[in-house]
Design a protein around this ligand. Structure first.
Ligand SMILES: Cc1cc2nc3c(=O)[nH]c(=O)nc-3n(C[C@H](O)[C@H](O)[C@H](O)COP(=O)(O)OP(=O)(O)OC[C@H]3O[C@@H](n4cnc5c(N)ncnc54)[C@H](O)[C@@H]3O)c2cc1C
Ligand code: SF4
Length: 548
């Protein structure tokens, strides 16, 4: 049996590995190029801070936005600002900043921080227990062994004593020790009532599987040059290729999935780096392009009803959920060496359960974020932290460097009929095909959650000894997403979902989806990759058991 996987990110990479382990032949088609960690992530160069994650993709799949919502005066405390530059968005309309993702072998995990989270067990029952979003058609218990397999393959480091999530075995590697800055926050926990734990990270705390341990350079979002960060390219895809059952084809963009008779898909049409069109056929097709591009591809692959492939429910593209986020940064009186260490090395799950924030359903989490907010090098201090010019500025730089403390929160994003992905019929890619359009709306519940997240971030900073907050930003006045979900929801009922619990289309039985499109709810701020990978491994097992 042959399988084609479209997209090599968290979902595509994990399913390629899990299929190859069963001796199933896989063709992994990826729109972007291969990244070589030793060559492409130039952290040892003088200008490292000016280099963000390198964008190697020549013909990037573009996306657009519909007009976003007006901003309200009463939510002034949620505006993004900096003490030197003032308001980031001076208009009265929410602005579109970015859908952060990578097109390349390994997908967005190349750029990711490395958080490796299991979802809160209650997050699987958002409709039946809390009356919002939809229930997952499987439980935490059914996913547990797949979480374990993914953690083991990646080499996740975490505190096995931490009981935030059920576990039936220890983390493969022991937790990283908190950095100096995080210790300031740990010492504030009595004042804030928040419990902090070592974050579970796809970052090696000791050598593992021929990869070295982390050197704490704090630059995971720029791409890890040592391969100790467990992005999908150096873990799942590497192993899939070693098995001999997986053929990888980078710079190959799938344009269309071809459907055939008897409710079966037949193959794909893709374009290679030279612009040549190819057809590839397989017994099974797995889509893993991320929640924006997966819905676009399905909508562009219209079958007999002309509404998009696997769109019998009309839900492809609907229920789009984005990242609800807030970051507050301040100056600590002590030099806490906050430029060093590991991003998000500690985390608080105190308000993560769906019913833990007073007055609104949906949880959130808090973690340290100096690295994610790019406050670890002198250029950004000079631009964003320290005012003025000349000698005074130089002295202020010396006095401030290493003093920044940042706290970030990520919260639940609930589905809303005004948030969805559609085809943009006015803007096309280089092959004249409509690009994806992001339609985003923050409902009142999201704004309430954001208010709670922002207030808590400020409270944590103050309790940790920060006297001056100099910058805050969040997703109230900007669309700015790293985690996206929901556009091909899974469920038991074909009327209200696109795929079943195995990511299998309700109608097209040999078509599967294994990325975060299938999440019926987003979780209360958990990072999604580990859950995507666990689901993808479960799908691969189902395919092996039922199609061979
Ligand atoms: C800065 C940043 C930090 C993050 N931090 C974390 C974190 O700490 N922990 C965590 O769990 N998650 C994190 N995330 C999110 C995480 O990376 C994504 O949720 C995850 O990678 C999504 O997996 P996916 O398989 O859905 O899509 P992706 O990983 O985005 O992969 C999709 C792939 O499909 C390819 N593709 C798209 N269309 C086509 C096509 N038509 N033909 C062929 N290929 C196609 C794309 O090029 C891409 O490589 C972060 C993301 C970013 C950007
Ligand atoms: S902090 Fe560790 S995992 Fe992150 S880029 Fe540096 S060496 Fe890699």
């Amino acid at each position: 049996m042959d399988v084609i996987i479209i997209g090599s990110g968290a979902g595509g990479g994990a399913s390629a590995w899990a299929l190859a382990q069963q001796g199933i032949k896989v063709l992994l088609l990826e729109a972007g190029p291969v990244y070589d960690p030793y060559q492409d992530y130039k952290l040892s160069q003088d200008d490292w801070e000016l280099r963000m994650f390198p964008d190697k993709q020549q013909h990037k799949l573009k996306y657009s936005f519909s007009a976003l919502q007006p901003l309200e005066e009463k939510y002034q405390s949620l505006r993004s600002w900096n003490h030197i530059h003032g308001l980031f968005n001076t208009s009265t309309i929410r602005k579109a900043y970015k859908y952060h993702h990578v097109q390349g072998v390994g997908g967005s995990t190349l750029h990711f921080t490395g958080e490796a989270h299991r979802l809160h067990p209650q997050a699987f029952k958002m409709q039946s227990q809390y009356g919002v979003a939809a229930d997952w058609p499987l439980s935490f218990a059914e996913l547990q062994s797949y979480y374990e397999q993914a953690e083991k393959l990646i080499g996740v480091s975490g505190d096995s004593e931490d009981n935030s999530r059920p576990r039936s075995s220890d983390f493969p590697l022991q937790a990283h020790k908190p950095g100096y800055a995080s210790r300031k926050i740990l010492s504030s926990s009595e004042k804030t009532g928040l419990k902090w734990v070592a974050n579970s990270l796809a970052v090696l705390s000791s050598p593992y599987d021929n990869r070295p341990s982390c050197n704490y350079c704090n630059n995971c979002n720029r791409g890890c040059p040592r391969k100790d960060k467990g992005s999908v390219d150096v873990t799942f895809i590497n192993k899939a290729l070693q098995s001999g059952y997986c053929q990888l084809q980078s710079n190959s963009t799938v344009q269309r999935i071809i459907s055939g008779k008897n409710d079966r898909v037949q193959g794909v049409e893709y374009i290679d780096a030279q612009g040549e069109i190819h057809l590839a056929t397989a017994d099974i097709i797995i889509v893993a392009c991320g929640a924006v591009e997966t819905s676009r591809l399905l909508l562009l692959s219209a079958a007999d009803n002309n509404q998009g492939l696997a769109n019998e429910s009309g839900l492809v593209g609907k229920n789009f959920m984005e990242t609800l986020a807030w970051v507050s940064s301040g100056i600590h009186p002590e030099n806490i060496g906050s430029h060093r260490g590991l991003p998000s090395d500690i985390i608080s799950w105190t308000y993560n359960a769906p019913d833990s924030i007073p007055g609104v359903i949906g949880g959130c989490r808090f973690s340290t974020t100096a690295a994610e907010s790019n406050l670890i090098g002198p250029v950004n201090y000079a631009k964003r932290v320290v005012k003025g010019w000349g000698l005074q500025h130089k002295q202020a730089m010396r006095d401030s460097f290493g003093h920044v403390l940042s706290i970030g929160a990520i919260g639940e994003s609930l589905p809303d009929s005004r948030s969805f992905i559609s085809l943009d019929n006015d803007k096309t890619d280089r092959f004249n095909r409509p690009i994806a359009k992001i339609n985003s709306y923050l409902a009142e519940s999201e704004v309430k959650r954001l208010l709670f997240m922002a207030d808590k971030c400020r409270e944590i900073l103050t309790a940790s000894g920060v006297e001056n907050i100099f910058e805050e930003y969040g997703t109230y006045d900007y669309f700015n997403s790293t985690h996206v979900f929901g556009t091909a929801r899974m469920g038991s009922d074909p009327q209200t979902s696109v795929v079943n619990s195995y990511g299998q289309s309700h109608r097209w039985k040999n078509l599967f989806i294994v990325d975060a499109s299938i999440f019926p709810s987003s979780g209360g701020g958990e990072s999604p990759s580990l859950t995507i990978e666990a689901l993808a491994i479960r799908t691969a097992k189902y395919i092996g058991e039922n199609f061979t």
